[in-house]
Write a protein that binds this ligand. Structure first.
Ligand code: SF4
Length: 261
């Protein structure tokens, strides 16, 4: 069974061995070793899910290294088959997808067990979204899909990772999380920024509806700048979530930065 090293889950199942959303900050497909392992993965996710029927107390993320709701899921329904099994087991299942809109059709299955529907949002700015995650549904659509799931009694969660200075509007995302009744928020740092280098140019101009935006370089200029930004902005978000009774988890790499302040 594939265990996971993240600190809020114990296990993970990768349903698809590729991801068509093409987020520019995604590290999975830049890490040749990791991508190679995913591509070579021989296991059948449905068989893998069956192995959890006799287990209890696990927290299984579906999926970390690719998205469980790519456009192909519309016809293949492979993730649905995995969830049909996992949601019958006595484990917590945490679905993480950039396309919770498509996942809404599986709420009937999710409602059969302890299954949480989650999405990642790192920015609500439309132009950042278009540049950084061009093939994924817009962030507000994702958040509204979680709201609809919550209305149907499904627990929802939000991953804000990677938090990128100047790109991630933490205060807006946190307000939306509260307004939309999201149950659980995970915050994570921008771990691989030195490798990812976003975007290549210092400034870009995007012409949209006759307007031009100046686009600042997304990458921090140094580790110190990143750390300073986190120490200034993340605690305010945590206070806000606490104040509104939203459960949250700070991933260990980010907690380390904050705790050493
Ligand atoms: S949806 Fe997730 S796995 Fe797919 S490219 Fe984006 S960050 Fe990477």
């Amino acid at each position: 069974m594939p265990r996971t090293r993240v600190d809020y889950a114990t296990d993970q199942i990768t349903v698809y061995r590729y991801c068509s959303y093409g987020c520019r900050y995604c590290y999975v497909w830049r890490n040749k070793l990791f991508a190679g392992r995913v591509m070579r993965g021989k296991y059948d996710p449905v068989e893998e899910a069956r192995r959890y029927l006799g287990k209890t107390g696990r927290t299984i993320v579906v999926s970390f290294v690719s998205d469980p709701y790519p456009p192909e899921e519309d016809k293949k329904r492979l993730t649905r088959r995995v969830l049909e099994i996992l949601c019958r087991s006595r484990n917590r299942v945490m679905v993480l997808t950039k396309n919770p809109v498509l996942a809404l059709r599986d709420l009937d299955v999710m409602g059969q067990g302890d299954c949480w529907l989650g999405t990642t949002v790192i920015t609500t700015h439309p132009w950042w979204h278009r540049v950084l995650e061009p093939r994924a549904p817009p962030p507000l659509n994702r958040l509204l899909a979680l709201f609809r799931a919550r209305e149907k009694g499904i627990h929802t969660w939000l991953s804000i990772e990677p938090i990128i200075p100047r790109v991630t509007d933490l205060d807006v995302i946190a307000h939306l999380a509260v307004e939309l009744g999201i149950d659980y928020v995970v915050l994570g740092r921008y771990n691989y920024w030195k490798h990812i280098s976003l975007p290549e140019a210092q400034y870009l101009r995007i012409t949209e509806g006759g307007h031009e935006f100046l686009w600042l370089d997304a990458n921090p200029t140094s580790e110190e700048e990143l750390v300073q930004w986190y120490r200034e902005h993340v605690p305010k978000t945590i206070d806000f979530l606490k104040e509104h009774g939203v459960k949250y988890h700070i991933k260990k790499e980010l907690a380390k930065v904050l705790n050493n302040a």
